[in-house]
Design a protein around this ligand. Sequence first.
Ligand code: FAD
Length: 425
Amino acid sequence: MDSSDLDFQDTNHDDLSTGLSPWGSQQGLSVAAPERDRLKESIKTDIAIVGAGITGALAAEHLTSLGHKVIVLDREQPGLGSTRASTAMLQWETDSSLVELTGLYGFETAADVYRRSRAAVAGLMELVATHQIPCAFHPRPTLYLAAGQVGEKELREELALRQRAGLPGDLLTYGALLGDFGFDREAAILSPESAEADPLLLAWSLLRIAAGRGARIIDADALHFHDEGQGVVIETSGPHVIEAAHVVLATGYVMPHFVMPACHTISSSFALSTVPQRPDQLWPQRALTWEAAEPYLYMRMTADNRIIIGGEDEEIADPEMRDAMLWDKTMRLKEKLLQLWPKANATISHAWCGAFGETSDGLPLIGAVPGAKRLFAAYGYGGNGITFSYLASRMIAAMISGDRREWFDNFALDRDPRKSTQGQS
Ligand SMILES: Cc1cc2nc3c(=O)[nH]c(=O)nc-3n(C[C@H](O)[C@H](O)[C@H](O)COP(=O)(O)OP(=O)(O)OC[C@H]3O[C@@H](n4cnc5c(N)ncnc54)[C@H](O)[C@@H]3O)c2cc1C
């Protein structure tokens, strides 16, 4: 473990995020937080999911829908870890552009990753619609703005690759972008089929659906995992153990030491929400707007017309250093909001910051823990965390049932993101 990691045993929700996000009640919607039971005796189950954030919630909903007996354990309140800090832009475009991913893994692999990410957002939409989940979920287009070294020429190259991969999108040149959207940037790619939600309402609702199918949500701290061939025994901080045929680790940015792949880092990210805007202060189509720069600035609206703007990432994992920056970063985000969208009422209603996990190739960490066949990791890292958590829930369910696909390797914990296959593009 190095200084950019978060300690598995000592990191609590307060270390993961600070400040207030607007989540938990949108458009008058509210969902009660799911109750946790105490662990009063040792128990056995088919599948134990460690972590009751959005990743654990998606896994619990899906695995119970397939008939598995599931226990979800969390040592703190469900959803109040990184999930409540998320700005919940549910995008299929990944943090790494298709051009970048092609440079790393070749076109076919990169295109496959993008198509699976797109299918994951579509799957999320279907899931929310099927269960009529009250989580302010709305389909939205995205607007990917030229920024930094990425101008119109680079966006054209990106779009050409996307089109070759069968992905939708259009280029807006300066005049069209300014005329149609009011953003003063060299160009942008406008793409359909992404979405937004209230991540806390979504996670709590999914846990309640799983609980309705018999899943137990347990208040327990998982300390050690013993892979015993036929199953895994989880030692908790109390006298009791949980024995499961399979374990899914959904502990967010806090990973056990035996998982920790070299390609991940923890940094810090910042966000604010404004007071509700008047209708004439909103940009068209409520597009999820983000910059083609690293680190990038991004904006979305909420169902009650607030603007959320986030970014200003710093390469620090230490929660105290991060929290000390919150005021300055909030002021900087406010300034950037007014530069990008001068019409905004930039009065701040919420400001928060959180740990932010990333991988060097922008892809999540999903699959069997190397050397432990019954232990699976579901880590949806990066700005597509939630999209990838959905993907993780489907992939891990397939792996548990013995289904192995070649493409799973693209997200494996022991992949080598430094491997360049430029020749394949
Ligand atoms: C500022 C910010 C903006 C973001 N914006 C976006 C965005 O726009 N779109 C997007 O998709 N993603 C975004 N993300 C990322 C997204 O928030 C994360 O991918 C997601 O919340 C991770 O959810 P999780 O369930 O994996 O982790 P968490 O929500 O942290 O849940 C993990 C749970 O595991 C529990 N746990 C940990 N260890 C143990 C243990 N040993 N025993 C028992 N319980 C344990 C914790 O208590 C916690 O409740 C953003 C993140 C930040 C910080």
